[in-house]
Design a binder for this molecule. Sequence first.
Ligand SMILES: [Zn+2]
Ligand SMILES: [Zn+2]
Length: 248
Amino acid sequence: MKISRLSNAFRTFFAPSEYRCVCCGKDVFNKLGFCPDCIKRVRFNNGKRCLRCGVAIDGEANYCGNCAFDKTYFDRAFSPFCYDGAVRDAILDMKFNNLGANAVIFARYLAYTAEREKLNYDVVTFAPMSNRSLKKRGYNQARLLAEAFCDILNNTELLRETVIKIRETEPQEKLSRTERKTNLVGSYRICPDADVKGKRILLIDDVKTTGATINECAKVLKRAGAVEVVALTVASRTEDFVYENSEE
Ligand SMILES: [Zn+2]
Ligand SMILES: [Zn+2]
């Protein structure tokens, strides 16, 4: 098990993040990760949520518009925050502005959510990036989140090589609804030696906007024999999106 080999280096390298607001960078003297001004712009996903995909919903129904009619490959999904305000800014920084250190703060919220929801899983893994994107960015923020998550919750096995992204895709946000449905299809593969058969997988990612990434990863994991895939993302955005389930 390679769980803790990287974690010390990781912790040392990113230690100062504990005392910095993930949004504006101001010093903070607590473990919240947000300064008093930015926390006002944080939308916690702590109200009514879709019983399947975990997005904030209101009204009578137990499921969001997508999940009411469409089957997903992931079994359930959870996010501590809505993709909005200060959290959206901090996630974009984590992704594009070299602030991988934000992952340490966010992983704490993921760990809290996993405990609160009493999530049961055998192994943890994360949404992969294509080699080209990884080279460009230098790190995969989903991997940083998963490593910090496993660091916080001891005895949690992290599988670093499960799903791979075999081709570059357009960012989902830039596409029309129809394009989104097909954009990611077929862009993920299972690693030849991924040990997921019969396992319950916790899949970590930074944000669930359309849900297509976690759904595609879950599809690949299920086909490789995973018995359950539960997704845990820092934030999620409610969106008019229909999961792509057509068999190719
Ligand atoms: Zn701040
Ligand atoms: Zn839903």
